[in-house]
Design a protein around this ligand. Sequence first.
Ligand SMILES: Nc1ncnc2c1ncn2[C@@H]1O[C@H](COP(=O)(O)OP(=O)(O)OP(=O)(O)O)[C@@H](O)[C@H]1O
Length: 595
Amino acid sequence: MRPVGSKYLLEQPLGRGATGTVWRARQRETAGAEAAVPGQPGETVAIKVLKEELANDADVVMRFLRERSVLLRLTHPNIVRTRDLVVEGDLLALVMDLIDGPDLHRQLRENGPFTPVAAALLTAQIADALAASHADGIVHRDLKPANVLLRTEADGRLHPMLTDFGIARLADSPGLTRTHEFVGTPAYVAPESAEGRPQTSAVDIYGAGILLYELVTGRPPFAGGTALEVLHRHLSEEPRRPSTVPEPLWTVIERCLSKEPGRRPSAENLARGLRVVAAGIGVHSSGAQIDAALGVGALLAPDPAPAPVPGTPGAADPTQVLPHNAGGYDPGAATSVLPHSSGPVGAADATSVLPHTGAADPTAVMPPVPPRPDGSPGGPGPEDPHPWQSQLRAARDRNEQTQVQYLDPGQDPLRRRPQRQQPPQGPPHQGPPQGPPQHHQPQHHQQQYAPQPYQQHPQAQPPQRQQYAPPPPPPQQVQPYTPPQQPQQPQQPQPPARQPREPREPRQRSANPMRIPGLGCLKGCLFSVVMLFVAGWLVWELTPLQDWVAQGKGYWEAIGDGISTVSNWISDLAGSDSSGSGDGGSGGTTSGTGG
Ligand SMILES: Nc1ncnc2c1ncn2[C@@H]1O[C@H](COP(=O)(O)OP(=O)(O)OP(=O)(O)O)[C@@H](O)[C@H]1O
């Protein structure tokens, strides 16, 4: 057990993410006034120990200290409370309430999609949490199912709690972004983040829209073979409505996923709209509730003053106390996806950071941008392309290094998620199924909400408690990936031609020289002939065959002679035995006379 400061003891790792490892820990002594929750000795807590790369970055430490008060004051029934922040030597840690329950990502994998009503009500609670944090000027920036923990209430209901608030913000260090390594969750990245445009709290609404879509269908709307393909789809493709999603719920999802941040609803309006939708799509909904749900679009007004994300182009940072960076930080460098260091981490899935070679889930390590030709560390200058564009180029140079695929959760020892059936080796999932009736509808799991098939939607499936089996990948519908236009960019290098296969080593034969593979083979035949030859020679030499042949005897005659010789020899032997027993002294004479 490792101490964290003087007040906490790490007991057991609970899981590992891109920014650090979360531990179950125990409080040793009551924390001081600097902690939001002093706690009691013996109390169990969760502690996120930030990765060394973050802890060793002076800018992150500064930000950690500066934002301490912001993080500690953020309290809401749907937000995991940060109790304390520990800075000790090389260690940065966030002490949180321990939530005994799975995260939403795991819940989805184990139980399949939610019913539309359950998904709407759950997302409404997440929107409540966002509304509270946005009102405080805090943008989450990494909203996804893995960051929603589910606490089981006394009555069995699942209570969602948003976690990892401020982590993206802490990790958004100029020092780290200067190294040009980015980690992100492409499946949940808002178009403006992917493009490096100014970001506001609307990025969280986009994330909520993706999450809501995933809750009802079992998978995010934009997937692809590589992280870059996924990002490109966020920028260029409109999501398609799966037949299982009721119309009013689709109106909400569509507005959240608007490419234009200004069209997305505020978190508060999103929460309200989702509750109206949930009330209007149930089996017991009244006519008025149904009408209200159908008119939900009117409720989804955008936020007139969205909270800006500090450090993104054009965004002011209202909480800025210290100079953003003494080292000439280019804000443009921090605006891609969640910046972070490198390193393969357990997958699972969603936020998982995956090995460069591998592939996995909608989360991947963005490839590091190579240093500049002049050998400098590679920090972007004012004329340089946006980091994401550099990422594009680097990834294409590296060819397939940024591939993302679903990672077998069984390979992730930390998550220990159940095996997810991989779709057969077909094209990656390209969005929701559409068009003609589907034969493989995802099975909804019901949670604690009443199953309420949507009355307006004849195709809505009744929820069933069944083992989740993801639907097979729908037919490919996306155009081949083309990177964004870049007039100033030199011609992108073509991916290297496929290397010819190395010649195989000659096949190794068995080391056993005596092995006869079969009589049909030449070796076996030769060996058999040799054996017969040797056996014949031995018979010729060791038997009286030569004599018989010399005497010109026939075969049967020779056999008869042989038999009589043997029988004589036996009878002589028997005679000598009996005379030997009757007269021991004359035994030798009898034998000699007979001979
Ligand atoms: N307060 C908590 N109580 C109990 N378990 C937690 C708590 N916070 C996180 N966990 C668990 O720890 C694991 C790792 O959490 P973490 O937030 O590091 O992962 P992540 O969200 O996948 O990664 P990322 O850092 O990229 O967001 C998750 O499986 C989560 O369920």
